[in-house]
Design a binder for this molecule. Structure first.
Ligand SMILES: [Zn+2]
Length: 489
């Protein structure tokens, strides 16, 4: 197996504030960086550029629902385990966090992780409606709630907890979050108690929230109310694009991205991933069964469901069509969010794979954010009635290389507590994507090579040997640090 021990590069590493310095990176046989030797400036022109390899903070690749979605929609939309690593490598990513594992499915998920190669993975355990969680919230026992969360995450070997539509099932959309919910407390209290518990436990990753009213016109009102309820508490908002819709005259979608971005700009305790959509066929997969039931009746009445203690998961095929006003607005809202949130450490790349489209479409998102002309070419084709609901056409910002490295890697790694990922300092894993440069910009999109833990996994044309190295699972250790999982469930 090819083992690289050193590589000369121009290092772009936002976490170390290196903006393209010529260095020799040296790592040991475990792929851990041990030396960073400065090189003379005059060598810089010859060297490839290295950025920390991508970290996907919110995807669905190993949970029970993924297999269900593949059975329903086929392996083009939902790749088999063996294709995941090559597809991630081709877009410069080597780490991926599955955001929706039912607690009782954890042992099966571990089995699937053992079949994976070439990736570092972790997962979040679904906890909002677990009977023990509901019991402790109802009993107003914060200590009890913390113990339950520790047990759920610890037993599953997860890195944190995710909540989906807390107290939202059966609730009338757009009603106040402080109105009584189905479990004897309001959705607002449900969220606040869980976010407080995770904050008090000092876990690296805050409460990971799939909010209420996903996809509902006008849901920006709910999202802003939720943010007010949670003000001051660290939280991560998943696939935020799907939660930032205003309501146009006549009831359709309008963009609500500006108001949410404004809030986030004033609240450094909040992070989000975009949940950008890409046009084409995919399959949606969610623990939000009410939402999935609505989609199913709108899109041909096909779905597949698994039920579990936290409600279950449902898969529904879906096509994002730029000629549909709803889909055009969703596409623009995701980009508006990413462009209007000032600090790239607060907003991360995701399509909520496969919900907004496959993760292999990340190069498109990178292009749309870095090149106003590329996104405007799509935007200009939307009818006037659609453009009127958006602010995208007025946004001039283009992401810099530095900002893109934060958005795809440094930001999510830090927020997830993955200390050896998303950076290329001493002690970090030698996980890096190499890019050529044209003019003053890196050629984001297709890396010329990718290295995971010091081994080549992608050489720009085909999969390299290192791709066959086993996957690693990351979990929250009892010390409340995210570490590689040495044991097994
Ligand atoms: Zn998701």
């Amino acid at each position: 197996m090819a083992l690289v021990t050193s590589l000369a590069v121009n290092l772009l590493d936002p976490a170390q504030d290196r903006q393209g310095e010529p260095v020799q990176l040296v790592w040991d046989d475990q792929g851990v960086i041990r030396q960073i030797i400065p090189l003379p400036e005059d060598q810089a022109r010859e060297l490839p550029w290295a950025v920390p390899a991508g970290v996907d903070a919110h995807t669905h690749i190993v949970s029970e629902g993924v297999h269900l979605a593949r059975a329903l929609a086929g392996s083009d939309a939902v790749p088999a385990l063996a294709r995941l690593a090559p597809l991630y490598h081709q877009v410069g990513f080597v780490t991926a966090i599955d955001a929706a594992v039912l607690p009782e499915d954890a042992p099966r998920v571990h089995r699937w992780v053992r079949q994976l190669t070439g990736l570092d993975v972790g997962f979040l355990v679904l906890a909002a409606h677990h009977p023990a969680v509901l019991r402790e919230i109802r009993a107003r026992s914060q200590t009890g709630l913390k113990h339950v969360l520790q047990d759920l995450v610890g037993e599953a070997h997860a890195i944190g907890v995710k909540v989906v539509n807390p107290s939202g099932a059966g609730r009338a959309p757009l009603t106040s979050l402080e109105a009584p919910g189905p479990y004897g407390f309001s959705p607002g209290e449900h969220l606040r108690r869980l976010a407080e518990a995770v904050a008090e436990l000092s876990w690296p990753h805050p409460l990971h929230i799939h909010g209420l009213d996903l996809g509902v016109p006008g849901n920006v009102k709910t999202t802003l109310e939720m943010l007010q309820i949670l003000e001051g508490l660290p939280v991560h908002l998943a696939h935020l694009q799907f939660h930032c819709y205003g309501q146009a005259e006549g009831g359709g979608l309008a963009s609500g991205a500006a108001a949410v971005a404004d809030w986030i700009n004033g609240h450094p305790e909040v992070s989000c991933d975009v949940g950008q959509i890409a046009f084409g066929d995919t399959v949606t997969l969610s623990n939000d069964l009410a939402l999935q039931a609505r989609l199913k009746s709108r899109h041909g009445n096909r779905w597949a469901v698994v039920e579990g203690e936290d409600g279950g998961l449902a898969a529904v095929p879906y096509r994002y069509d730029p000629k549909q006003a709803t889909n055009a607005i969703q596409w623009a809202v995701g980009l508006e969010l990413a462009l209007l949130i000032d600090n790239p450490w607060q907003v991360f790349c995701s399509t909520d794979h496969p919900n907004g489209g496959g993760f292999w479409q990340y190069p498109l998102i990178e292009r749309w954010l870095m090149d106003r002309g590329a996104r405007d070419a799509i935007y200009r084709q939307f009818p006037k009635e659609v453009r009127r609901q958006l602010v995208l056409g007025t946004i001039a910002r283009e992401y810099s290389d530095q900002e893109m490295a934060v958005f795809t890697s440094a930001g999510p790694a830090r927020r997830l507590g993955l200390q050896q990922k998303g950076q290329l300092g001493l002690g970090a894993h030698a996980d890096l994507a190499l890019y050529a440069r044209t003019g003053s910009r890196l050629d984001w999109g297709r890396p010329t090579a990718v290295v995971r833990r010091g081994r080549w996994v992608w050489d720009g044309r085909e999969t390299a040997d290192g791709q066959r190295c086993p996957a690693s699972l990351w979990r929250l250790a009892p010390s409340a640090r995210v570490e590689e999982d040495a044991d097994d469930v």
